[in-house]
Design a protein around this ligand. Structure first.
Ligand code: SF4
Length: 363
């Protein structure tokens, strides 16, 4: 993902007013009709989100893509999500990412080459046949393929505990990539003692661990993280509670352990939306996740008091690269018979990645 280049869309798109862009997107969407499906992640800005046929988290959107027969699927999310959609759709369908530089910093922290290198390093110390690799869905297709090829599974923020429990029931250890915090929060929820969860620090010998600690560990965590969710702290939560004793705090499991511990609830974006939607009028909420979702919930439920856990807008800057100008540019090209920014995963990678995705769906 690191060296991906996005074509210059031209200043004609960047100079349009918001209304002009909006009208032209709506017209092209109508023109392309049943050939087109637009999928938008919850963290997208509203100017894009409002054109979605379906909205959701990465798993829900991948399922929407998998069950669609539309020829062109525009994925308003980040690169790994579009890859999953391509893996789950037919070759006759084109998955399009409006801006190729919309990556995910967490996914980029664990390349399949790096993970494979660590796997080789672990092999003389642990019997890797007894280690089940798990990768969070926020990872490249090639890392999912590595996991699929080695008997492991993908997980999401909704089912990470279930997938981890499945892997541990197989009797060995788990190598969890790339999100340290989702892995630690899930291990804690399953009652795994903290000294049986170790962190593999990239760039350090044996990941900064002693051989005995690795051999004792039930869960080995990759040291990746989400730059957005790292901006929330337990101190912010304490301050919120001091200011408003009635406030309920809900955070995403990509937050640090102490943040999840200080919150009332934690869960995936779908869980957060459900908790707020099902709460009574007048409820007070502070939410620890990306700001576009928090602000949308505040507009959707004006009878509740909804704010971010942080006073600083925690925005996913790569997700933000999917803007109306780029959406219009891909639509104009489609209308002119050109498919630009198609995301394709080669068949070998897609085959093994699909094994890891399908395994998750059976757990
Ligand atoms: S919010 Fe975090 S995990 Fe999600 S796409 Fe952005 S950087 Fe990646």
């Amino acid at each position: 993902m690191t060296n991906v280049k996005q074509a210059d869309i031209g200043k004609e798109y960047l100079e349009l007013t918001g209304d002009e862009t909006h009208e032209r997107i709506a017209a092209q969407k109508k023109e392309l009709g049943a050939q087109l499906l637009i999928l938008c992640h919850h963290y997208q800005q509203d100017d894009v989100f409002n054109f979605a046929d379906y909205t959701g988290d990465s798993l829900k959107l991948a399922k929407n893509a998998a069950t669609s027969d539309r020829q062109f699927i525009i994925f308003c999310g980040v690169h790994f999500m579009a890859e999953s959609a391509d893996i789950l759709t037919t070759d006759a369908q084109a998955v399009i990412l409006p801006d190729l530089t919309a990556g995910c910093s967490m996914a980029d922290m664990a390349t399949s080459t790096e993970v494979e290198g660590v796997w080789q390093e672990l092999a003389p110390l642990l019997d890797t046949k007894t280690v089940t690799p798990i990768t969070y869905v926020n990872s490249s297709a090639s890392l999912k393929a590595f996991v699929g090829e080695h008997g492991g599974s993908v997980c999401t923020s909704s089912n990470a505990e279930r997938v981890l429990a499945w892997a541990l029931r197989r009797g060995g250890r788990v190598f969890f990539c790339p999100d340290e915090h989702l892995g630690r929060n899930s291990a804690h929820a399953l009652g795994i003692p903290a000294d049986e969860v170790v962190l593999w620090r990239r760039g350090e010998k044996l990941g900064g661990n002693k051989i005995a600690a690795l051999q004792k560990a039930k869960v080995i965590l990759w040291d990746g993280y989400c730059t957005v969710h790292m901006q929330f702290s337990a101190a912010q939560i304490e301050q919120l509670r001091r200011d408003d004793p009635t406030i309920r705090i809900i955070v995403h499991p990509e937050c640090r352990r102490e943040v999840v511990q200080a919150a009332d609830l934690y869960g995936s974006t779908e869980t957060i939306i459900r908790a707020v939607a099902e709460s009574p009028t007048g409820s007070h909420w502070a939410i620890g996740t990306e700001i576009n979702l928090v602000e949308r919930l505040a507009r959707q439920f004006p009878d509740r008091h909804i704010r971010s856990v942080s006073n600083v807008a925690c925005k996913c800057s790569t997700m933000y690269r999917i803007n109306p100008a780029h959406l219009l540019w891909v639509l104009d090209n489609l209308a002119a018979g050109r498919v630009v920014n198609r995301i394709t995963v080669d068949s070998r990678t897609a085959g093994f990645a699909r094994i890891a995705l399908d395994r998750m769906l059976t757990i």
